[in-house]
Design a protein around this ligand. Structure first.
Ligand code: SF4
Ligand code: SF4
Length: 89
């Protein structure tokens, strides 16, 4: 893993953690209204951050599923676009 690759530009809007019903891999964490049961809505933190599933780890997803087919920068761009889309829903 490169030391100097850009960090994923997460602004902690929480929209991904508030819409876990949208992905089959995260739907099991839906507390009933689409919000992840592990999200602390008062400060936007994941209560199981150190042990969160791989699907919530952008670096891990890249390593597992995308590094053979695209650059990190391209992966970041696609994911950042998805974040932007979630933010306008
Ligand atoms: S939707 Fe994107 S920017 Fe918002 S908290 Fe999730 S990863 Fe971060
Ligand atoms: S486990 Fe944590 S990072 Fe994953 S969706 Fe829930 S609150 Fe968000």
């Amino acid at each position: 893993m490169s030391e100097h690759r850009q960090a994923f530009p997460c602004n902690r809007c929480m929209q991904c953690c508030k819409r876990v019903h949208l992905l089959p891999q995260t739907a099991g964490m839906d507390r009933g209204d689409g919000v992840c049961r592990h999200l602390d809505e008062t400060d936007g933190r994941c209560r199981i951050y150190a042990n969160r599933p791989d699907i919530c780890r952008v670096d891990r997803q890249y390593e597992l599923n995308y590094q053979r087919t695209m650059t990190w920068d391209a992966f970041v761009e696609i994911n950042a676009a998805a974040c932007k889309q979630l933010q306008t829903m």
